[in-house]
Design a protein around this ligand. Structure first.
Ligand code: ADP
Ligand code: ASP
Ligand code: MG
Length: 425
């Protein structure tokens, strides 16, 4: 008997028929002899609808109150899924984040999980109940409701799997696994049978929203076997796992893109110690996460510093940087929110040269200008104009051989090969 955590995303609980489908799947897993914990998201579109309501009241919402509002989507889902399980003759109990003490810090809208009390879940499992837990939400030390950032139900799922020492965590979504790139923008994308934690971490952090990055961090840290599957098919899906030697043979495992960032350039920053510390210190004080940072060679004692932030932090970052730029004596601030970041990822890149050059060549052949470049051991990213996103992703996907169908047969032996051509050995 195993303990399995299943997480169902918004599309999988998008209406009551789909919730009944989730209930059937949970009951089937239980019937197969497993203890089942289910984490559910809000019904698809619901979190966006709630955020729009907030926006109708104010464009600078108090983040504590915003979390109170957006956390409600998951409450509806857990109640309905628990009822659907009961209606099919099963036993189920629902829990909100605070009821299983998913304690987080107080960074509203992107809180981080600090601890989970597994006891109420274990007690319910002991009574043979299917436990339905609200994704995306937690509670801070003072009792305020918090949320874990968009896509945060993935993190709830994996964190619960880690806390319960589950045998597997299965993330059910609207695609049947992790693909070489987003199948919704690249028809040639291929489903992967396996991907390393490290590669998945990079893809997630570079925009592949199939898994929230924190969920992959948890899975990697606590060695949770993590599956990505479809709730609409029986496909085995993709296993996110530890690297083995054979996985290094692939140069580029996947291509990711992110259109949710904006670029800020501080122009004419005095080239002296402390300037960057002041600029980025001011952003950090407002909990703004900075992604790429590029500082140019200085001329006449001044330099330009360019960086990117999430679009959701853009307005706040712009305000903070304008003040900080004045303080350090910079000459101006320029912004651009029409950017996209495209990236290639693969553990095989560690041992091969020329990968970045091939990426730049591919983009240049398509007439795409590169604005910023960033590399690490297993990835290369380029910031480009957002209008070229699809073109860039598809071109890179082809250039790195990801379009080709996976090998299904072994190379024929000489005699078979000859026979195929009607020749005698
Ligand atoms: P859920 O609501 O189930 O959490 P999401 O919309 O958050 O689902 O994530 C699934 C989506 O992730 C897919 O529909 C797909 O468009 C997108 N995606 C981006 N990159 C990839 C990838 N490499 N493999 C699979 N899906 C991807
Ligand atoms: N409902 C939240 C969102 O839409 C969390 C999730 O679905 O993972 O981002
Ligand atoms: Mg998601």
């Amino acid at each position: 008997m195993a303990l399995i955590v299943q997480k169902y995303g918004g599309t999988s609980v998008g209406d009551t028929e789909r919730m009944k489908n989730v209930a059937r799947r949970c009951l089937a897993a239980q019937k197969a002899g497993h203890d089942v914990v289910v984490v559910v998201s809000a019904m698809s579109g619901e979190t966006n609808r709630l955020l729009k309501l907030v926006a109708q009241i104010t464009d600078r919402p108090n983040e504590r109150e915003q979390d109170v509002i957006v956390a409600t989507g998951e409450q509806v889902s857990i109640g309905l899924v628990a009822l659907a399980i009961q209606a099919q003759g099963g036993e189920a109990v629902s829990f909100l984040g605070h009821q299983v003490r998913i304690v987080t810090d107080s960074t509203f809208s992107k809180a981080r999980i600090k601890s989970i009390d597994a006891q109420p879940i274990r007690a319910a499992l002991a009574k043979k109940q299917i436990v339905v837990v609200a994704g995306f939400q937690g509670v801070d030390e003072t009792g305020s409701v918090t949320t874990l950032g968009r896509g945060g139900s993935d993190t709830t799922g994996v964190a619960l799997a880690a806390a319960l020492n589950a045998d597997a965590c299965e993330i059910y979504t609207d695609v049947d696994g992790v693909y070489t790139t987003d199948p919704n923008i690249c028809p040639a994308a291929r489903k992967l049978d396996r991907i390393t934690y490290e590669e998945m971490l990079e893809l997630a952090s570079l925009g592949a929203k199939v898994l929230q990055i924190r969920s992959v961090e948890f899975a990697m840290k606590y060695k949770v076997p993590l599956w990505v599957k479809s709730s609409f098919t029986e496909d085995p899906g993709t296993l996110v796992c530890e690297e083995d030697a054979s996985m290094e043979d692939v140069l580029v495992r996947g291509v990711a893109y992110d259109r949710n960032e904006a670029k800020i350039t501080v122009v004419g920053v005095p080239d002296q110690p402390g300037a960057a510390a002041k600029l980025f210190g001011a952003l950090d004080a407002k909990h703004i996460v900075v992604d790429l940072i590029v500082q140019n060679l200085s001329r006449d004692g001044r330099t330009d510093v360019t960086f990117t932030v999430a679009k959701s932090d853009f307005a706040k970052a712009h305000e903070v940087v304008k003040l900080a730029a004045q303080e350090v004596g910079a000459t101006g601030v320029e912004v651009d929110d029409t950017i996209a970041k495209v990236s290639i990822v693969g553990v095989g890149m560690r041992n091969h040269s020329g990968v970045a050059a091939r990426m730049f060549q591919t983009l240049s052949q398509e007439g795409i200008n590169i604005q910023l470049i960033s590399t690490s051991e297993i990835k290369t990213s380029c910031v480009i104009h957002t209008k070229y996103t699809e073109l860039a992703v598809r071109a890179l996907h082809t250039a790195f051989g990801l379009d080709a169908p996976p090998a299904v047969t072994e190379t024929p032996t000489v005699s078979e090969n000859d026979a195929l051509h009607g020749q005698k050995a």
